[in-house]
Each structure stands twice: as C-alpha cells, then as structure tokens.
Ligand binder design. Structure first.
Ligand SMILES: [Zn+2]
Ligand SMILES: [Zn+2]
Length: 185
C-alpha cells in the first residue's frame, strides 16, 4: 500500500476533490510519507486521523483509500495541516505535518506544482506517536448500541454518557452537552 505513482494518485485526488490545488499536492505528499512510515500490507491494518476538513482532507482520503464511513478515517477537528497514520497490525503510528514556518512555500502562486518537487526533508515533519484507540472506534460491527434516555434516538459505538450530576443516562452527546442545532418552529 505505497504510493508509487504520484501523478496518478494526484489525478484521482483532483478528480474527486473538484479542482487542482496546493491542498491536493500537500495531501498526497503527507499520505505518501505516512504510508511509507507505517507500511500497511492491507487497508484493514490502516487508520488515518486527519486534522482538518479543508482541501488536504480529500487528498488524504483518496490517496490512502481510507473513508470516514469505513471507520478507518478519523476526523480530529484541530484545523492543522497534518495527519496521523496508524498500522494496527504493527502497533505503530506516525504523525506527518508540514515544516512550521515554511508557509511561504505553500503560499507561492505555483505551490501546487512546487511542493511536489521538494524532498521530504524540505516539506514535512514526521514524528512517531502513540494513539490510544477505543475498541468501539475500530472498524467492524458496532460493539454497543443504546437508546438515549431523553431523545430516544439510537446511539452507536459508546458515544453515550451518563450525567454525573443527576445520574440520568444513557444520554446522547446532544442531550448531554447541547447540540450544534436548535429546533426551529
Ligand atoms: Zn482544493
Ligand atoms: Zn438524546
């Protein structure tokens, strides 16, 4: 599962994403490095955390073959240009980010072509990390499903909680912490 043909991979990313941008080039570079570092033999050994939901997120998912709906792509809402690659079988993880303070490289008008030409050492930082994954967060059949005691909706994968103040539970996160939406009249 290595990226051997950068041009072909980049083209698939561009087709999926809808335009050719620096995010596609950077995402392919980050994905290529991450796959080299953790070297999964099979997609089922791979989990990827992506740290933003901008252009590079599409490139990383296309270049690695991971998908949110397959549970092998995780979204960490950090707004950073980085991704972490986990090989479950080898129990190793590497986080790949861009060299800090090198913004001008990525902001050049020709950045989308330019960053493809740079050696890894001039573009990327990679660090070995440890990621603790809950078994409920791994791919496979849901291990736990409960009904929220307040809204009655089904809550998968241990995302429920019990209110420590009142003991009410199980509660979905929307009922527990407040939702991102309000009901409209
Ligand atoms: Zn883009
Ligand atoms: Zn609820």
């Amino acid at each position: 599962m290595l990226i051997t043909d950068v041009d072909e991979t980049l083209q698939r990313c561009v087709d999926y994403h809808g335009h050719f941008c620096a995010g596609q080039s950077l995402g392919v570079r980050i994905a290529k490095k991450g796959l080299e570092l953790v070297a999964p033999e099979d997609l089922k050994d791979l989990i990827v955390f992506i740290e933003n939901d901008r252009c590079i997120a599409d490139a990383v998912l296309m270049a690695t073959g991971t998908r949110l709906g397959r549970r092998n792509l995780k979204y960490a809402d950090y707004g950073r240009m980085a991704a972490t690659f986990i090989n479950l079988k080898k129990d190793i993880a590497w986080r790949v980010s861009l060299i800090p303070g090198e913004k001008e490289k990525n902001d050049r008008p020709d950045a989308k072509e330019y960053v493809l030409t740079l050696p890894d050492e001039e573009l990327l930082v990679w660090k070995k990390v440890k990621v603790t994954l809950k078994k409920e967060d791994l791919p496979g059949k849901p291990l736990r499903t409960v009904l929220c005691a307040r809204c009655g909706e089904k809550v998968f994968d241990g995302k429920d909680a019990t209110d420590p103040a009142t003991g009410e539970g199980p509660l979905c996160r929307a009922c527990m912490n407040g939702a991102y939406y309000e009901e409209a009249e």
